[in-house]
Design a protein around this ligand. Structure first.
Ligand code: ADP
Ligand code: MG
Length: 266
């Protein structure tokens, strides 16, 4: 099928950007994910809410196959992640296959996780260089462009220690974009920031959301969630308790646990 035809197909018949199929995850005897089913359409912005310890980070880590579920699996663009066509599990996959699959997913962490010894430019250029996707000049050109997009054109030569938390997180977002991923996962991207720096990071994420990038965002910023989310997913004790558009889940939660959680954070 040609690219042109694929792109004109409606969202309903294109494969899901991310599909989580019946995922269970244990740490020892502790069940952290309990039968999670989730479908994220291309271009959709999904916000995951839930109390601390409910499994939100674990779910993102399973989607990015930093963790392997005991039961179930994840597909990205219709292709199973962490499982080869022939059914071999993650540990049997070659590094090359894992890198290739992971490069289709961007991940932005709470604590930025930049390389301290690299400039902003080199932090962003590092991933497309490491995966062999781009030559050094092309990777640096892309890094310049992406740092401009997150409002840091004047900071390309700065090291992480010379940047504020908000600026570091914007470098991390540019870095996630550098692999041109099909989906970007955010795990509480603003919770390590001083309050006055939260807005600049949310503005960058909002810009991505309105430009059609598929995003899955774990956050406690409810006003932001209401603004950007196509869908809100509420998780408690490793289960999706309810999901729907913000006006449903935030204004008319059906489940007692959702109401209890929202009454504490709103
Ligand atoms: P959330 O992000 O919603 O706060 P997490 O996914 O981080 O929740 O954690 C869910 C549960 O799994 C918690 O009880 C946590 O203590 C436990 N957990 C997370 N990671 C590990 C790990 N590597 N080993 C053991 N337990 C873990
Ligand atoms: Mg977490």
């Amino acid at each position: 099928m040609t690219t042109e035809i694929t792109e004109t197909l409606s969202n309903e018949i294109r494969p899901a950007a991310v599909q989580v199929h019946g995922v269970h995850k244990w740490y020892g005897a502790h069940r952290v994910l309990d039968g999670v089913e989730l479908t994220v359409r291309p271009g959709e912005v999904t916000v995951i809410l839930g109390p601390s310890g409910s499994g939100k980070s674990t779910l993102l880590r399973v989607i990015n196959h930093l963790e392997k579920p005991e039961v179930g699996y994840v597909s990205v663009n219709g292709e199973p992640i962490g499982i080869h066509r022939h059914g071999e599990r993650l540990k049997e996959l070659s590094e090359r296959v894992i890198l290739g699959q992971r490069s289709r997913i961007g991940f932005v962490f709470q604590n930025f996780n930049l390389f301290p010894h690299l400039t902003a430019l080199d932090n962003v250029a590092a991933a497309p260089l490491a995966t062999g996707k781009l030559t050094k000049p092309k990777a640096q050109e892309l890094a310049h462009e992406l740092l401009g997009r997150v409002g840091l054109a004047d900071k390309v030569g700065a090291y992480p220690r010379q940047l504020s938390g908000g600026q570091q997180q914007r470098v991390a977002i540019a870095r996630a974009l550098a692999l041109r991923p099909g989906v970007i996962l955010f795990d509480e991207p603003t919770s390590a920031l001083d309050p006055e720096l939260v807005g600049e990071v949310l503005a960058v994420i909002k810009d991505l959301a309105t430009s059609g990038t598929t995003l899955i965002i774990v956050t406690h910023e409810i006003a932001f969630a209401r603004e950007v989310a196509d869908r809100i997913v509420f998780i408690d004790e490793g289960r999706i308790v309810e999901q729907g558009p913000p006006t449903e889940v935030l204004d008319h939660p059906q489940h007692e646990r959702t109401r209890g959680f929202l009454s504490k954070v709103l």
